[in-house]
Every structure is written in structure tokens, then in C-alpha cells.
Design a protein around this ligand. Structure first.
Ligand code: ATP
Ligand code: MG
Length: 472
């Protein structure tokens, strides 16, 4: 991108000229930096802008806010940063700083610094490019570490020895892989070697930050890029050992199973090509998580992973706890892991309505996501096989539609509620109410009675004495 293009782009941003003039009046220098500049060179539009102030960042932000008449300024004086929104733009100001690190923490000692100090502390060459928005050289691109060439070559490398970069702040290891995954860039060999050598240092990083980077990898258009870098560098073993353990193939006699890690990478990519739903992508990542624990070799049959879907589902809660993931997503991921083999088991014309009904009720409003996962789980290289498997899912979904139309099941709820059961049977809340309710639901799912209030009520009258007379 040449200077004219850059100036045109900058002039499209409504406030840049205004703060440029303000900076001139105030006698401070300001520059665009960070992801905004990187993405401008990549011709990618983005609305969050980092502004480097040579001087006091929050002070200049306050003056800019006044000038632009924005009243949503937030100051982080301790960090020397400030933020406001203007039109559709998120604007972040940061004062130039110099950082020095000690070994125990990723939080450096920070002092005010020059433009050079600030650029030198940045993590990757592609993140060191700055654009002046000062009157005298407006639009000038300052590229001390050949970041533009590295963007062209699609490569992530550090401006200084990566061993120092990563030793100072090991989070940068994950940032390298995350940028590679987001931008579909390669990672320089020296970065891989340093990441491998210093991976244990990631233990000083808080789980929240690690998880944040991992989720950003999962959000990227082809997450396998980041996942494989994590694996190859040995970093995955430190930050997500349960996924690392999926790797490897064992052979016995003529049987070998496929490498579950690389299969998982494919499944995650397949899901990601269909949906941005991060939790569906996460479910893909963990769907086979219990395969190592359930692996068994059976003579004459080969490798089996019996029950891995149920055992995997039971591992999800601890995974969420350990990796500080949002608890309200546990049930969703559990359900997808638990049911991921179910639809294929139902792929036959002979399967009964009631088996289909059970799937509909158990999957509930997650059924479409479940089928997306199941389809993504087909990673055979044999095109005929893939087509046949996909057709099987079409068949299951056709049956689902038929049964749903028959009994409007997707949001299944027992037609007779608990309080009505208590009234009719004249019993207090307790175990019996639950048993009677479950009995009615089973009768509907088995197709014994239709899914209507009248039928369910009549059925209640028929079965109630059996429960009332027993001493459960
Ligand atoms: P994105 O916003 O797309 O995640 P970004 O490059 O803007 O990417 P940010 O985390 O927003 O990344 O940080 C802005 C800039 O600050 C980066 O481009 C980089 O120059 C610098 N930076 C951020 N975090 C670090 C770090 N841990 N070590 C060194 N420099 C960093
Ligand atoms: Mg940013």
C-alpha cells in the first residue's frame, strides 16, 4: 500500500485530522500502531485503533475527548492508557513506554519511553509498524523491523531474539500461534524453537489469558493452523494436556487406529467452515477427549473406544473448571459430546419412531448443531464413503422431520405438569411425582399414547394407583 492509499484511508476516519491538529497545538507526537496498522497493510478493515502518544497517553486522550465532544472516556491511569468510542470506532491511547522484565512475572517494570523504546518492546515484526499522524509527515509509515516485508511473506517473527521475547513475556508464545491462525501466516523456525524451549514458562501466565488466546485460535477461520503449531511446539502439552494426549497411533497386528489429534483438527476445521459458534467449535475440539482413556485392543475386532462419548461428556465439567470457561456452556458441550455417535446409530429405515423421538427430545434445540458436528466428524479420505455417511445423516434428519411433524416434539415438555399430578393424586411434592411424570413421558416417547394433554391425563388416571399403592 503506497502513501497516497494510506492517506486516503486515514482521511476516511473522521477524527484523525482533528486529533492530529490537536497534537500539533499541544506539541506532542502521535502515531497509529498495532493491529489497526497491520490490518490496514493487509487491506483489512477494522474499527479499533491504537494510538501511541509520545508523552502522557491519558492526558492526550482527555484533551482529544473534549475536542471531539465524546463523553465515554475511560482512563486507566495506572496502565498509562485510555479508551473512548467515536462513531463506530474504538480508540485506545497509550503513552510510549519502556519495559524491563524480571523472571517471575510477565508484568514488567514500566517507565516512560521514547518512540523507539515503545516500538522495540513490541512482540512481532508485523506488530511494530507505525504510521505518523503528525502534521509534518502525516501518513509516513515507520517500519524499523521490516514488518511490511514479513506481512508480504506471511511470516511471524520477533524483532529481537525470540528467546528474550518469550522469556520476558511467555504469553507471546500463544500470541504468535494465535496471529498465525488468524492471519494464516507461518511461524519462523526460530520462534518455534524458542516456543518449545520456553514452553514451561507459560506456567506463570494466568489461566484466563491462556484461555483467551486458545479461544481466539478457535475463532479463527482455520483453527487447525494454531492447534497444530501448539502441538508441534510442545506447548499444547503444557496448556491443554487432554488434547495433546489424543495424538499418536498404536499398531497391533494388522490394526491401527487413526491419530485422534489430527482427526480432531480436521473436525474442528470442518465445523468452523459451517459456523462461527465458538462453543460448537469447542465441542468439536473435545468430542473425542475420552478416547485415550477408553482405548482397548480386542482380538479379531481391533481398536475400540467403547463408551468414550459418555465418559467424555462426564469430563467436560472439570475441563470447564480447570480452563476457566463459562459455566453456562457446560451443558451444551456435554450434550454434544454425549450424543455425537447417536445419530449415526439411527441411520436405517428400520429404526423405530420411538428411537428417533428419544434423539429429538434428548438433543432438544441442539439437534441441528449436533448434526453439524456429526457431519464434520466424517474425515475419511474415501469420497464414496464420505458421501454414503453424509446420506445417512440426511436419512436421519428426514426421519426426524417426519416424527416431529407427527408429534411436534422439538420443545418437548410433559403435557401434564407436576402440580396437576399432585392435585389429582392428592400427594405432596416428592419422588412419586417425578416417577409418575417420567412414566407419562416414556409412554409418549414410546408412542403408546399421542403427545396431547387429553391422552396424557387419561393415562395418568390409569397408572396412578400403581404408584399410590406402592411404598416408594
Ligand atoms: P488484535 O487486536 O487483532 O488482537 P493487536 O496486534 O492489535 O491484535 P493487541 O493485543 O490489541 O494486538 O495489542 C496491540 C499492540 O500492542 C500489538 O500489535 C503489539 O504491538 C503490542 N502488544 C500487545 N501485547 C503485547 C505483548 N504481550 N508483548 C509485546 N507487545 C504487545
Ligand atoms: Mg488490538
Amino acid at each position: 500500500m503506497n502513501k497516497i492509499d494510506i492517506n486516503t484511508k486515514l482521511n476516511e476516519i473522521p477524527f484523525i485530522k482533528i486529533i492530529s491538529e490537536l497534537a500539533k497545538r499541544e506539541g506532542v507526537k502521535i502515531y497509529l500502531v498495532g493491529g489497526f496498522v497491520r490490518d490496514l497493510i493487509l487491506n483489512r478493515q477494522r474499527n479499533d485503533i491504537d494510538i501511541l502518544v509520545i508523552g502522557n497517553g491519558p492526558d492526550f486522550a482527555e484533551k482529544s475527548a473534549k475536542e471531539l465532544e465524546v463523553n465515554n472516556l475511560v482512563l486507566y491511569k495506572n496502565f498509562g492508557t485510555a479508551h473512548f468510542t467515536f462513531d463506530d470506532y474504538d480508540v485506545e491511547f497509550v503513552g510510549a513506554r519502556k519495559e524491563s522484565y524480571d523472571r517471575k512475572s510477565r508484568n514488567p517494570v514500566v517507565e516512560n519511553g521514547t518512540f523507539e523504546d515503545d516500538i522495540n518492546r513490541r512482540d512481532f515484526t508485523i506488530n511494530t509498524i507505525a504510521i505518523s499522524i503528525n502534521d509534518e509527515d502525516f501518513g509516513l509509515v515507520i517500519d524499523r523491523f521490516n514488518g511490511i516485508q514479513d506481512i508480504k511473506d506471511k511470516i511471524i517473527r520477533t524483532p529481537i531474539d525470540p528467546l528474550i521475547t518469550f522469556n520476558d513475556d511467555p504469553l507471546r508464545i500463544l500470541r504468535a500461534f494465535r496471529f498465525a491462525s488468524q492471519l494464516q501466516f507461518e511461524v519462523h523456525d526460530s520462534v518455534m524453537i524458542a516456543a518449545n524451549q520456553l514452553r514451561e514458562r507459560l506456567k506463570i501466565i494466568s489461566q484466563e489469558r491462556i484461555t483467551d488466546e486458545l479461544l481466539k485460535i478457535l475463532e479463527s477461520s482455520k483453527p487447525s493452523v494454531g492447534l497444530k503449531l501448539l502441538f508441534i511446539s510442545g506447548v499444547l502439552e503444557i496448556i491443554f494436556p487432554e488434547i495433546h494426549q489424543l495424538a499418536g497411533v498404536e499398531q497391533r497386528k494388522d490394526y491401527h487406529h487413526k491419530d485422534v489429534f489430527f482427526h480432531t483438527c480436521e473436525v474442528v476445521d470442518n465445523v468452523s467452515s459451517k459456523t462461527d459458534n465458538i462453543w460448537l467449535r469447542f465441542a468439536a475440539l473435545v468430542h473425542d477427549i475420552a478416547k485415550p482413556n477408553t482405548k482397548k485392543f480386542i482380538d479379531g475386532i481391533g481398536w475400540t473406544f467403547h463408551g468414550h462419548e459418555e465418559i467424555g461428556a462426564r469430563m467436560i465439567k472439570n475441563i470447564f473448571k480447570k480452563y476457566k470457561l463459562p459455566f453456562h456452556k457446560i451443558e451444551y458441550v456435554e450434550k454434544l459430546v454425549r450424543l455425537h455417535l447417536r445419530p449415526i446409530a439411527l441411520a436405517s429405515e428400520e429404526v423405530t419412531d420411538s428411537a428417533i423421538r428419544r434423539l429429538i427430545v434428548q438433543a432438544g434445540d441442539k439437534l441441528d448443531d449436533l448434526i453439524t458436528l456429526c457431519r464434520a466428524d466424517i474425515t475419511s479420505k474415501n469420497i464414496q464413503k464420505v458421501e454414503k455417511y453424509l446420506e445417512n445423516y440426511d436419512l436421519v434428519m428426514r426421519r426426524v422431520k417426519e416424527v416431529e411433524e407427527k408429534d411436534k416434539l422439538r420443545s418437548f415438555q410433559s403435557p401434564v405438569r407436576g402440580d396437576e399430578i399432585m392435585k389429582v393424586c392428592n400427594i405432596p411434592p416428592g419422588k412419586k411425582v417425578g416417577l409418575i411424570k417420567a412414566d407419562i413421558e416414556e409412554a409418549i416417547l414410546d408412542g403408546l399414547i399421542p403427545n396431547t394433554y387429553e391422552a396424557a391425563f387419561e393415562y395418568l388416571l390409569k397408572i396412578k394407583n400403581k404408584y399410590l399403592n406402592s411404598d416408594i
